[in-house]
Write a new protein. Structure first.
Length: 248
């Protein structure tokens, strides 16, 4: 399982996201606003907006909060203008890291992200330094107590690229363009996924343990805790034992 998806699933199971619901709402509102600004307010014709709204609903965001963010992005309300982009760099042990951001102050964001990298034995790189090590894909993860054959059949029938048994979880991989269709097809079969998103999947993994594993987990946590950071992707491979220990 990719480092990012393992990280996301463990956080989901621990309920860690509930403790940071305010930050999650802030990030989702930004994503909805920018998606509506770029692609318009109609969910049917704006896949990015629909994905963001579905995620917000999954986090129990109130409907009026979602509607207000859409109006703000599509020009119906005055609001802050966000710049989006990404940083690339290295974590402990040479782990490749991509940080996607949305900010109203790029100078602040660069300084904050560089500080987090440096403090946790990492360093920022130049654009293109690690992104070639990742593929953008749709990823739908299931706990391994479900019927793998049913997931496999439904996913491929819906147009998924691959279905993997990763031992502690099952992963459905899709092209980003077909992610929503595959996810909805699986949900229609009453197959309950744990995590579903368009993400960056590493081509190779970097094993970490001990001190480096602890540093990497702390770096991920601090980056995701930053209000300007939307997503963090990394190609670390950390054991469940180390992950559980250092995530508390």
């Amino acid at each position: 399982m990719s480092g990012h998806s393992k990280w996301a699933n463990i956080k989901h199971r621990k309920g860690a996201q509930d403790a940071k619901r305010g930050k999650i709402f802030t990030k989702l509102i930004k994503e909805i606003t920018v998606a509506a600004k770029i692609g318009g307010a109609e969910l049917e014709s704006n896949a990015r907006l629909r994905t963001a709204v579905d995620k917000a609903k999954g986090e129990n965001m109130p409907k009026d909060t979602i509607d207000r963010a859409i109006k703000k992005g599509s020009g119906g309300l005055d609001g802050v203008s966000y710049e989006e982009g990404s940083f690339e760099g290295y974590g402990p042990g040479g782990v490749a890291v991509i940080v996607e951001f949305m900010t109203d102050n790029r100078t602040r964001t660069v300084a904050d992200v560089r500080h987090i990298f440096t403090k946790h034995n990492g360093s920022l790189g130049v654009t293109g330094s690690v992104s070639f090590l990742f593929d953008r894909k749709g990823l739908i993860s299931f706990a391994n107590d479900q019927d793998f054959d049913a997931i496999f059949e439904a996913a491929l029938e819906a147009g998924a690229e691959d279905v993997k048994d990763e031992g502690d979880a099952y992963e459905v991989i899709t092209d980003p363009a077909s992610f929503i269709d595959v996810r909805d097809a699986l949900s229609a079969r009453d197959l309950k996924w744990e995590n579903a998103e368009v993400t960056m999947i590493p081509q190779i993994m970097v094993p970490l343990e001990g001190k480096q594993a602890e540093q990497m987990i702390k770096m991920m946590d601090k980056l995701e805790d930053n209000d300007d950071v939307q997503n963090v992707y990394a190609n670390f491979d950390i054991s469940d034992a180390d992950m559980d220990q250092h995530m508390g």
